[in-house]
Design a protein around this ligand. Sequence first.
Ligand SMILES: [Zn+2]
Length: 273
Amino acid sequence: MTQASSPEARLFVFLGAAVALSGVWGCASSPTTDEVMRRRSAATAQVPPRTGEIRTIVIDAGHGGKDPGTSHFGLKEKALVLDMARRLRTLLEGTGLTVVMTRETDVFIPLSGRAAVANRLNADLFVSIHVNANPHRSISGIEVYYPRQSTTVSSHHWPPGMTVSEIGTPSTTVNQVLWDLVLRKSRVRSRRLASSMCNAMRNGLGAPCRGIKPARFVVLREARMPAVLVEVGYVTNRDEATRLASPDYRQAAARAMTEGILSYINQVNAQHI
Ligand SMILES: [Zn+2]
């Protein structure tokens, strides 16, 4: 067993033990994921990995199955994002990257199971795809989210009326503080990936990118690697819904996401960020 010498390495060992005991990431093994892991092992055996190289990307099509996501103008989020995820996979695989999907069909996957797929594979990037909705139907455009550092609030600072279950247990809070330390570098990279994707989608789609934003979404905060969540437009906006309904536009969106990811990879390779 390798000696864990750095503080970050020791934290990983501690967290690994804590997680194993608590079962927080106790996602059941699926044949699909195991098959992917076997394929990845085989690929790794053929081509020795190089330090810092980005090889494996997990694409997460949001929602699925009993969870349709948002629905407007006859469009269902779960179907739109799965279609774009498949297109993105094809384009990324064409560049030689290994791509794993959290879902390939219309199935329900719990939120915590999504990042767990990427963590189990030790993937290099995690990209979750969604479409947005807003009661103000004039709002349109793309948004890209990256993991926000958690804020720890002691119990005497809790808002009145809040319960332990709503805030999180003390042990969860301790774990979150440790995760924040471990994942600091990953968050910096997530922000760069978000920025790269925002720019590429603005250029590729001619649609406004409303910005990159930090968020505490479950799928982002549990990923151990750089992770972003892309909201590819608002289906509550009639014009944007019309564009999203077009396969050509979804292909363009996938192409723009690919450009954003490749641009980020080039930055990482050039600057070792
Ligand atoms: Zn969504």
